[in-house]
Ligand binder design. Structure first.
Ligand SMILES: [Fe+2]
Length: 414
């Protein structure tokens, strides 16, 4: 399924907006602009073509609903009591009726239906490796990790020094939750990394709600990235990180959903939540273009994927998300989009989801047959093809739990 061009398209990237462009895809990559191809599909002005989104922080096996949080009117001091509450909750018991493989697929589809082609599953390799190949989108494989940097963390990986050292050696990101809480130890997260010789530009630091101004300076100087997950932060702690100070300091901030056990339904919802939170806290608007960068290039940089993901430039993966145009400004249009606006998602040029009427025949002809290995679902009144069988998955899950479970990130009825 290769060697094709989308013509007369508005192609939106964090660097520029190209009008009436022809975007050529070859070998799973963006080959260039303004070039013709044997097979062409006209997109027109009713839709905008974006790089597929990058979700910088998720836990794919944790995407079950409803959320589990603190008692009404109270909030957690750090993530640890949440973990205890989750594991004692009826939701967690219900989730146990599902296989881990099913949980991973749910996490994959949650991301797919929001236009995400690349996700980071923050979880130990030995526990997620068996499931990542089955996902309908890409999960980042190359990373080193810790769970958190505290004496009470979950001991993922081989310890900060070894994991970080390996990240440097292999040029991979070192990913950890950091300062997700307000006890003395949680708020010393940057200090712990510093003393371990592990504070540098390999680091992807998640949450960072306890950061002091001094922490922000150190993180900026080190060149580390921060994953901002405001929906999860507000749900658990009733606040989020000092995002405006981070941005003004020039720290690379990327947007993540976290799992739906605490976070938002998907990355499109997270973008809306982030914007509303910013407006509420600072009384000013976070530009839609900044949000777009946080969900594309900034996330790619944090994950060591600069030039590959989150951008449509020659040599990048042809991970393409086409959304229905909702506003004249394409950045505003995406910031307002929901699942029903997603018309097409490709991973390395291969469609994983798309509007049957607009794209079915085109990709079917490219493949030389009616496209196979795809299920059919109805989303927002449109027939969509989708890689795999999410409708069957939904039915199996309902059977396993014994009732018509509703999972808000699946935008269709089983
Ligand atoms: Fe997390």
């Amino acid at each position: 399924m290769d060697g094709y061009a989308f013509t007369d398209a508005v192609v939106v990237t964090p660097r520029k907006i190209r009008g009436s462009a022809s975007l050529l895809v070859e070998g799973g990559k963006v080959a260039g602009f303004g070039l013709g191809a044997k097979r062409e599909l006209r997109i027109g002005s009713g839709s905008y073509v974006y790089p597929a989104l990058v979700n910088v922080h998720d836990h794919l096996r944790g995407n079950y609903l409803p959320r589990v949080g603190p008692a009404p009117g109270s909030f957690y001091p750090n993530w640890s009591p949440w973990d205890a509450d989750l594991k004692a909750s009826p939701v967690y018991a219900e989730r146990a009726s599902l296989s881990v493989a099913q949980m991973y697929l749910l996490g994959g589809y949650k991301n797919l239906f929001s236009g995400v082609a690349t996700v980071h599953d923050h979880f130990p390799h030995e526990l997620n490796e068996p499931f990542l190949d089955s996902l309908p989108i890409r999960a980042v494989r190359d990373y080193c990790l810790a769970h958190e940097c505290s004496s009470f963390d979950l001991k993922w990986g081989e310890g900060i020094e070894i994991e970080h050292g390996r990240a440097v050696e292999r040029n991979w990101p070192f990913v950890t939750h950091l300062e997700e809480g307000f006890d003395e130890e949680s708020m010393d997260g940057v200090g712990i990394l510093e003393r371990a010789g592990a504070l540098d530009d390999r680091d992807l630091l998640i949450h960072c709600i306890g950061f002091s101004d001094d922490d922000i300076k150190k993180v900026k100087r080190a060149g580390a990235s921060v994953a901002w997950c405001p929906a999860s932060n507000y749900f658990m702690f009733n606040l989020t990180c000092k995002v405006r100070k981070l941005l003004r300091a020039g720290v690379n901030v990327a947007l993540g959903t976290d799992s739906t056990h605490t976070g938002s339904v998907n990355l499109l919802a997270e973008m809306k939540f982030a914007r509303a939170a910013y407006r509420r806290i600072y009384g000013e608007e976070l530009p839609a273009k900044s949000l777009f960068e946080m969900a594309t290039v900034n996330a790619a940089r944090a994950l060591g994927l600069t030039g590959k993901a989150g951008i449509l430039e020659p040599g990048a993966w042809a991970d393409i998300a086409v959304f229905r145009a909702r506003a004249e400004d394409p950045y505003e249009s995406l910031a307002a989009a929901d699942c029903a606006d997603l018309e097409l998602l490709t991973v390395e040029g291969v469609p994983v989801y798309g509007d049957e009427a607009k794209y079915g025949a085109f990709f079917g002809e490219l493949a030389g047959e009616a496209i196979s290995g795809y299920g059919r679902i109805e989303v927002g009144g449109r027939q969509m093809f989708v890689k795999g069988d999410p409708a069957g998955l939904y039915r199996d899950i309902r059977k396993a739990v014994g009732f018509d479970k509703k999972l808000d990130y699946l935008p269709f009825e089983a």
